[in-house]
Write a protein that binds this ligand. Structure first.
Ligand code: 0X9
Ligand code: CA
Ligand code: ZN
Length: 442
């Protein structure tokens, strides 16, 4: 036990130690006021209304969290907010994350009482294990690697091993669902748990589910950023954390934005930041974040006989209710690595999925330029038809932003059932959607 001597007496008396001196130095170097100024806050920025204007806002290193007709919502530190102000835009500080404690004391590393239906890391892992145990002939779990802090990153494989479409030799098209790159986007983990439950419990009774579990291999990676997710809820009060929890050399700021760290046009185009403190810090090199390396290695491991088995993917985020497709690094619809037919297949299936869930379909750069994102890598590097879904709520400002109440989980996960099934059903030949099956899929 430390002696409960007042600090002044310990410093002036003989109990002053080197450790105390170090603590005092740290305290003086970072007084509480400057620390809180450095903490990013949410702002409404009124003025930007074109993708180029929004890209300029994002280029300050702030994260653009929602896009409206004449404004955006950003998470920015004081310096970034000042730069945005100097562009001539009006900033309004938004309230911090909601208090869902219900007046009760928070349990560390647990969701606050009013949001108890959300799953923390251990609860999600337990749920996954329970599903795999319940449906052993349909599901299996693999640990594909570890996060920076050593948590398991898992992939759940869903397929009916007994029935292969067109005989045992025919390879089943594979589809990948990834979740929770961004720590505060907890609804995406619930989306993963919904998928496991839906495919497990409806197999054999629901014809669409049954057909897909028989004829596809479905990979679900429920938690790409477990460290960030746990950090976000660790105190019982949400922290609005986005990145992973990896330290950065020469900086006290932690974390890399995983969705700027993928090895395709990394840092190419002003769609990410080189500053460690930024919400969109791209990391020291492509795949420098262990979590990105783990998932990218997993995707590369699905190249069998020189052929990538994964044909399509969705990376789940929140919020804004969007269906997005590549590229994010350029405003152009077509580019090296994206033909008109590729673009048209992306857009046709993207719009059809959006018609089913009521989201807005668009190319991701219609929002603002991003580089080093997972969907650009999956398509540009692996030729996987990869979408980004931004889940509930919409960008209007109602609905709770990154922290919608747990009452919406069931509705907002089930809302994507049809879109997910559509992608699975198209995965054997994405070009069928534009009438070019014969040209591309024989
Ligand atoms: O900025 C992001 O990474 C995503 N928005 S979020 O609020 N969830 O952080 C949007 C990414 C859009 N761009 C691409 N998917 N390329
Ligand atoms: Ca609740
Ligand atoms: Zn996100």
């Amino acid at each position: 036990m430390r002696p409960r001597t007042p600090l002044s007496r310990r410093l002036h008396g003989r109990v002053a130690t080197a450790a105390t001196a170090v603590l005092l130095t740290l305290a003086m170097a970072a007084p509480a006021s400057s620390r809180s100024e450095e903490r990013p806050r949410a702002y409404e920025v009124t003025g930007p209304r074109t993708a180029a204007q929004r890209s300029a806002v994002a280029a300050t290193g702030a994260s653009v969290d929602a896009v409206r007709d004449h404004s955006v919502v950003v998470t920015a530190d004081a310096a970034q907010a000042e730069r945005i102000r100097r562009m001539g835009y009006r900033l309004r500080v938004l309230p911090g994350p909601p208090d869902r404690s219900d007046g009760r004391k928070a349990k560390p590393f647990d969701f606050p009482p009013a949001d108890a239906k959300y799953h923390n890391y251990n609860e999600a892992m337990a749920e996954i294990d329970a599903d795999v145990a319940k449906y052993p002939s349909l599901m299996s779990k693999q640990v594909i690697g570890k996060s920076y802090e050593g948590r398991d990153i898992v992939a759940v494989k869903i397929t009916n091993g007994a029935k292969a479409a067109g005989g045992a030799a025919a390879a089943k098209p594979e589809v990948l669902f990834t979740h929770h790159q961004h720590a505060r986007e907890h609804l995406t983990v619930e989306m993963a748990l919904y998928l496991l439950k839906e495919f497990g419990s409806k197999y054999g009774t629901d014809p669409r589910v049954t057909k897909m579990v028989d004829s596809r291999v479905i990979w679900v990676v429920p938690d790409v950023n477990p460290d960030g997710g746990e950090y976000d809820i660790a105190t019982g009060t949400y922290r609005s954390w986005r990145k992973n929890r990896q330290p950065n050399t020469g900086s006290s700021a932690r974390g890399t934005d995983l969705n700027r760290n993928w090895d395709y046009k990394w840092g190419c185009c002003g769609g990410s930041s080189g500053s460690t403190g930024s919400e969109t810090y791209r990391g020291s090199a492509p795949q420098s974040a262990p979590e990105v390396k783990v998932v990218a290695d997993f995707v590369r491991s699905r190249i069998v006989g020189g052929k990538q088995q994964i044909k399509a993917a969705i990376d789940f985020h929140t919020y804004s209710e969007l269906v997005l497709w590549p590229f994010g690094w350029t405003y152009d619809d077509t580019a090296p690595g994206m033909t008109k037919d590729d673009h048209d297949a992306f857009a046709t299936i993207g719009k059809s999925m959006a018609a089913s869930n009521g989201y807005t379909p668009e190319q991701s750069s219609d929002l603002y330029i991003t580089d080093g994102t997972i969907d650009d890598w999956l398509w540009g590097n692996q030729k996987i038809f990869a979408y980004t879904f931004e889940m509930y709520p919409d960008s209007s400002g109602a609905g709770g932003g990154f922290y919608p109440p747990d009452e919406v989980i069931d509705r907002e996960t089930a809302r994507n059932r049809d879109a997910v099934l559509q992608l699975l059903e198209n995965a054997d030949c994405m070009y069928r959607s534009i009438g070019k099956e014969g040209q591309y899929c024989r």
